[in-house]
Design a protein around this ligand. Sequence first.
Ligand code: NAP
Length: 238
Amino acid sequence: MSLEGQVAVITGASAGIGAATARLLHDAGMKLLISARREDRLKQMADELPGATWLAGDITDPALPQQLIDKALAEFGQVDVVFNNAGVILRTLIEEADIDAICRMVRINTESAFRLIYTALQHFKQVGKGHLVNTSSILGTKVRPTVGAYAGTKYAIEALSESLRLELAKTDIAVSCVEPGLVLTELHDDWDEHPKDFMGIESPLMPEDVARCVKFVLEQPMHVRIPRLLVTPGEMEL
Ligand SMILES: NC(=O)c1ccc[n+]([C@@H]2O[C@H](COP(=O)([O-])OP(=O)(O)OC[C@H]3O[C@@H](n4cnc5c(N)ncnc54)[C@H](OP(=O)(O)O)[C@@H]3O)[C@@H](O)[C@H]2O)c1
């Protein structure tokens, strides 16, 4: 199915998977509203992607999801796709756990994602069609020591998405989760050691690899649904 002329709202678009997906969907002819906190990056991306517009904001602001839908409708007259992608990761030993930082991650990865999910789906139900794609993780399907809290945020996305998929069966509204393994982005920049080193992965996924998965999910005709797409580096053993 051609994506030409469709409109997408993309969160977490200032870096990594969100930025790569914005570029690829723009190349496919989609009209984009990109969002994240870093305004300078959004401006620069919008300059690179003619026709794209941006709205800077913190995803934990409860007003942002509706503002995103409203701005996309005002600019483009329709919203066909919401790519719910903004996220952070924390890795911690029990003894060192900063509970407030964990709860902030839960607010970003789960509470704010849930708000955007419901806001997007309310719009899609009004117009009778649309596609919501969530960036989950391989850690939305299995756990490892020290990243259980992060995995919990992604398991929550998986559970809600599966329930919504069932609720929306027999409609033209699709819900998908993309579940990447290790991707080389800024996500782990503040870690003491990069996971590719302690996991022994020389060739992690690149953001563009995940972007192609998102595009593939979106290109399917409406009778073909991809509720979950797991994508890993070839070397990933965990
Ligand atoms: N990298 C991996 O190995 C991997 C694997 C599986 C899943 N994921 C998931 O992929 C998604 C994208 O991550 P990435 O790997 O592309 O990381 P990234 O390069 O760090 O990008 C994260 C994006 O989220 C935005 N963001 C973070 N906190 C935000 C907030 N409070 N409000 C608004 N935007 C916020 C960031 O923008 P600003 O800082 O400008 O706000 C940035 O655009 C996340 O959901 C992550 O959990 C990543």
